[in-house]
Ligand binder design. Structure first.
Ligand code: AP5
Length: 221
């Protein structure tokens, strides 16, 4: 039988490794990767009204207002590619109101996972993170350095990737963590303080089990 499109929510603190794992997940399941952070950064760069309304909060490490992000993501989930290929939400929902809005829009994930990473590791991951402006690929000076000297020479740092700002971002994450967990009682916690491959294997196990259950019980919808 053809497999059902996969619908996944991957939560976790800033720099817990969501984007890194999402790259693996889209390769495995072919679903559309929707990172609200990436979408907002693209809007800021393009200078759209949405980007203009989001940039001050993002630069300070604070959350962008719920209504801005909810409208953006609900519209995107309604597009044909998401229905056909399934989707992977990275960094959304981040508040109880965002989770409630998904629910109200009839958006129901097959699996919800969160990466558990302690704050000292988060700070080390944020301060060493660099990205390639040409490909968007994310590296880490210590944990995942580029092998190509030309790539190494053009790497850039995100403006919110400082130790001070990551602490603000972690506080925002912690403030809303309980509301997110309450909305998704079946949320699976994955230990994110391990090598990338070990984490990816655990996540795949959780998603495969959820999809097997959805195929059996869901009548293929
Ligand atoms: P967003 O872009 O979503 O940032 P974030 O949640 O802070 O997450 P990051 O992108 O920092 O990290 P990540 O978990 O993807 O980690 P990564 O894989 O890169 O949001 C930015 C801002 O936009 C927010 O502050 C807010 O203002 C706004 N925003 C976004 N969504 C919003 C929403 N829903 N509502 C309101 N506002 C919103 O990994 C980090 C580093 O560690 C990398 O260098 C990587 O190479 C390395 N690494 C990854 N995994 C491992 C590992 N296992 N071992 C060693 N190193 C690793």
């Amino acid at each position: 039988a053809p497999s059902k499109p996969t619908k996944i929510i991957l939560a976790g603190a800033p720099a817990s490794g969501k984007g890194t794992q999402c790259e693996r997940l889209t390769d495995t399941y072919g679903c559309v990767h929707l990172s609200t952070g990436d979408m907002l950064r693209a809007a800021v760069k393009a200078g759209t009204p949405l980007g203009k309304s989001a940039s001050a909060a993002m630069d300070a490490g604070r959350l962008v207002p719920d209504e801005v992000v909810i409208g953006m993501i609900v519209e995107r989930l309604g597009q044909a590619d998401c229905a056909a290929r399934g989707w992977l939400l990275d960094g959304f929902p981040r508040t109880g109101a965002q989770a409630a809005a998904l629910d109200a829009a009839g958006v129901v994930p097959d699996a919800v996972l969160t990466l558990d990473v302690g704050v000292d590791t988060l700070v080390r991951r944020v301060t060493g993170r660099r990205s390639d402006p040409e490909t968007g690929k994310v590296y880490h000076l210590e944990f995942a350095p580029p092998t190509d000297a030309a790539v190494a020479a053009r790497l850039v740092t995100r403006s919110d990737d400082t130790e001070d700002k990551v602490r603000v971002r972690v506080a925002a994450f912690e403030e809303h963590a309980a509301a997110i967990a309450a909305q998704y009682p079946g949320m699976v916690r994955v230990d994110g303080e391990r090598p990338v491959d070990a984490i990816a294997a655990d996540i795949k196990g959780v998603v495969d089990a959820a999809m097997a259950q959805a195929q059996e019980g869901g009548g293929g919808r």
